[in-house]
Design a protein around this ligand. Structure first.
Ligand code: 26V
Length: 821
């Protein structure tokens, strides 16, 4: 009963070599003498996979037998990063694999490079989903991740004359050794068509959906290994296929070409990840993607994971569907439809079950990022769901009316259906009404959700609102990304921290230990050398590891204010070139940017071009380049982050207060011993509270200050007029110093700053410069700096995604671990 269904290969160098050679010969069909690096990588991946297989099967069987309450994480994005290293540390095979490969004349480091990371996400939200499923597996929580197997992930970024060019991310080109396709478990999903009224056997009037066309979802399973706990959970990503009806058509009508065309049409649904992450495009295909994966997932859970004949009235005892932003919110009317139309539930019973099965996480504060779907589109694509949404809304608004004594203004404000500028379904409102909980992703964000974005709802359902501050997995972002620091920590306090990150606190006294600080600096220096290598090899960029490494990596968005960082660079350039600053008095810095812009976001792309153009001028200036360099490696992704984050001295987290929901990069940097220069925004607030004011460079407006200024009318020119250094920086850009004398190139950027400056870059400019001076002064004292850096590490254990998972379990999911016996 307890024996695994299959057994794991032997945990030894000889065992590993045997498995590897078998894979190379039998699966890759090649021999060492002739194999390519890709052959060897695939053989290696499959070998490592074998060591997880028995645990995976055992976990699956245990979950099925015990039927515990499980968590289904519904996310349109999973930004997984490379799988090999993570699987190696989870199985504790790094040393064995290194030795085994060496005995065959192969280098693990070379094979690792052959893996193309699955970039099935845009940024923070997708990476968070990946961290969460890692933590759930490590904590032995019965959980499944559901999402979309995009054939093309986030585009690959290149630069042409400093401007972003997008190339398709054909990540499956050479096959993925980590996925298991299960066409035999395909599910069918309907779209379009119409609804009709009918009378059921009991004489009750009902509505049903007659879809106009159908698509198949084929599940692809991925292993989600827990960290050395015998558990391997599943991530199930859906791929769209044409139904077999399309094949039949070929025979019936002989219209072969049309049938094949329809097939392509269906398969388009999972073809590509939408690269926008802030402004909804309102694209029909995107709504198709959302419904497709959510309908497949709900069907899968009910039909495959629950025992036959399970009474769905008890569904909330078995599952909670966590909605990662509004993208999967169509699941709420879908479950209603399944229960009412397919399982004959009474409406009220179905509503009671549904409301207890869903919870919603909001990840934004920007009003333009809140998804709405035009009623016209929803009615065309999902007519039955629209009917259900209308009924949910009618009943909800009746409640609002009753409880507010007929406040029609309030009723209109809270309606799930917006009337202007066009009739549209407000997905965040649907999620709030249709779920048991709503959470923000950092304390400040959750507060602003309650007070501003969803204020009416927070008064109406105060018990629904809660906070869960984001976290990041210490396995990938410390253990794997920073082996040097990991070794140092483990030597000092043992290795328990990897799954109990609060134990980093035990490092606190070592901040006072000169020898420990020296070794800490040694690790940082080695990490910088690794980065130097990477940038040289990958991008042909030369950086000087003896300079302060000042890093700003995140999606390019105006609210994140890459422009503020750039104005600092331009100001230093200006001061040196005008002789106001002597190079001898400047703390040498390398400023690293990494950022992708949404392909249609014109201003963001201009900012990318400006960064590159400023970089070109700064880096080729004879005096300036000695103390200031800009590096902007293209195509920043998880893999790059793994080398960049551990090397950083300074972490730039400089969004306008009240705009960044949480940030998670900020946590990764602090955990790896960078100091933060940041605003009082998102999780920065909590980072600063934990690491202490002395170990954090705070600047800028607070959220209440910024909204007060916005309220009374923000005038960027008032800051411009008052600040000579700001005027000069903008003047340099405007007069074409960074664009070969062409004043028109960056005119839109400058006039935007002087005209609207929606994110108050100019208002925070002086405060930011002052903070950067404090940074320079602090960096001049390496002992004090490394003391602060150690304290950042020691006090950041809170930001483990394991802690986030504990909070979700306690406040939202009410599920429990099911450890391996
Ligand atoms: C939003 C949208 C809006 C509609 C168009 C398509 C689309 C695609 C993705 C997104 C996600 C944007 C929200 C997001 O990524 N938020 C980030 O979530 C992180 C994890 O909670 C958080 O740390 C960041 O502060 C927040 O910006």
């Amino acid at each position: 009963e307890n024996t695994p269904l299959i057994s794991s290969p032997e945990h030894s160098v000889e065992g590993f070599v045997r498995e590897f050679m078998r894979e190379l010969n039998f699966s890759q069909g090649t021999v060492l003498e002739r194999s390519t690096v890709n052959d060897e990588y695939l053989a290696l991946a499959r070998t490592v996979r074998h060591y997880l297989m028995a645990q995976w099967m055992e976990t699956t069987v245990d979950h099925y037998r015990a039927q515990p309450k499980a968590v289904a994480y519904l996310s349109a994005e999973y930004l997984l990063g490379r799988q090999l290293d993570n699987a190696l540390i989870a199985t504790d095979l790094v040393e064995i694999a290194t030795e085994a490969l060496a005995s065959l004349g192969l280098d693990l480091a070379d094979l690792r490079e052959a893996e193309v990371e699955p970039g099935l996400g845009n940024g923070g939200l997708g990476r968070l989903a990946a961290c969460f499923i890692d933590s759930l597996a490590t904590m032995s929580v019965p959980a499944i991740g559901y999402g979309i197997r995009y054939e093309y992930g986030i585009f690959r970024q290149t630069f042409a004359d400093g401007r972003q060019v997008e190339e398709p991310d054909n990540w499956l080109e050479y096959g993925s050794p980590w996925e298991f396709a299960h066409p035999e478990h395909e599910v069918t999903v309907g779209f379009g068509g119409h609804t009709e009224k009918y009378t059921d056997d009991d004489g009750v009037e009902r509505s049903r959906w007659v879809p106009g066309w159908r698509v198949l979802g084929v599940p692809h399973n991925y292993m989600v290994p827990g960290y050395r706990n015998g558990r391997v959970n599943t991530l199930r990503l859906w791929s769209a296929r044409a139904t077999h009806a399309f094949d039949l058509k070929i025979f019936n009508y002989g219209d072969y070409a049309e049938a094949v065309r329809s097939q392509t049409f269906a398969e388009n649904i999972s073809k590509v990840l939408y690269p926008e992450d802030s402004t909804p495009q309102g694209k029909e295909l995107r709504l198709q993607q959302q419904y497709f994966f959510v309908a497949c997932s709900i069907r899968d859970f009910i039909d495959q994971l629950l025992p036959r004949g399970f009474d769905l009235h008890r569904l909330p005892e078995r599952i909670v569907f966590q909605l990662n932003d509004t993208h999967p919110v169509i699941g709420i009317p879908e479950l209603m439809r399944v229960l009412v139309d397919e399982h004959g539930f009474e409406w009220d019973d179905a509503w009671d079950v549904t409301r207890r099965c869903f919870a919603y996480t909001c990840h934004t504060l920007l009003p333009e990022a809140l998804e709405v779907w035009p009623v016209e589109l929803m009615g065309r694509l999902l007519p039955r769901h629209l009917e259900i949404i209308y009924r949910i809304n009618d009943e909800f608004l009746a409640d609002v009316r009753e409880r507010s004594g007929g406040d029609e203004l309030l009723v209109r404000r809270m309606s799930i259906i917006a009337e202007h500028p066009e009739r549209a379904v407000r997905m965040a409102y649907l999620a709030t009404v249709g779920g048991a909980r709503v959470n923000g992703v950092a304390e400040l964000h959750s507060q602003l959700l309650r007070d501003k974005v969803l204020a009416d709802f927070a008064s109406f359902f105060p018990e629904k609102f809660t906070n869960v501050t984001n976290g990041v997995t210490p396995r990938r972002f410390v253990k794997l990304a920073n082996p040097g620091l990991s070794g140092l920590i483990t030597e000092a306090i043992g290795d328990g921290w990897v799954t109990d990150l609060d134990r980093l606190r035990e490092l606190e006294p070592l901040a006072e230990d000169a020898e420990f600080r020296r070794r800490f600096r040694e690790v940082k220096a080695a990490n910088k050398d690794r980065l130097v290598d990477l940038l040289r090899r990958r991008d042909g960029i030369e950086i000087d590891p003896s300079t302060m490494l000042d890093v700003m990596v995140k999606r390019l968005h105006e609210y994140k204010r890459q422009l503020l960082k750039l104005l600092h660079v331009v100001t230093v350039y200006d001061r040196i070139t005008t002789g106001e600053l002597a190079v001898a008095g400047v703390t040498p810095r390398t400023v690293v940017f990494g950022a992708k812009a949404a392909p249609g976001y014109v201003m963001a792309k201009q900012i990318i071009a400006l960064i590159n153009h400023v970089g070109a001028v700064v880096n080729s200036h004879p005096e300036v380049s000695g103390v200031l360099r800009v590096a902007f490696p293209a195509n920043y992704n998880v893999t790059v982050a793994e080398t960049l984050v551990p090397a950083a001295d300074l972490s730039e987290q400089i969004s306008l207060a009240g705009k960044e929901a949480s940030g998670t990069g900020n946590m990764k940097f602090a955990l790896n011993g960078a100091l933060t220069i940041g605003t009082d925004d998102g999780a920065n607030v909590e980072i600063r509270k934990l690491v202490g004011d002395d170990n954090f460079f705070l600047f800028g407006l607070t959220e209440p200050e910024a909204s007060a200024i916005a309220e009374r009318g923000y005038r960027p020119t008032s800051y411009y007029e008052e600040n000579e250094s700001l005027r000069r920086a903008l003047h340099l850009i405007a007069t074409g110093v960074f664009s070969h004398g062409d004043r028109s190139t960056f005119e839109p950027v400058v006039s935007n700053l002087l005209g609207e400056d929606r994110f108050m870059v100019l208002a925070d400019y002086q405060s930011y410069l002052d903070a950067q001076e404090r940074v320079d002064a602090a960096y001049a004292d390496p002992e004090a700096w490394s003391r602060s850096a150690v304290l950042n590490v020691a006090r950041s254990g809170f930001f483990s995604s394991d802690r986030s998972m504990r909070d979700y379990l306690e406040r939202i999911w009410h599920a429990e671990p099911l450890p391996s016996s």
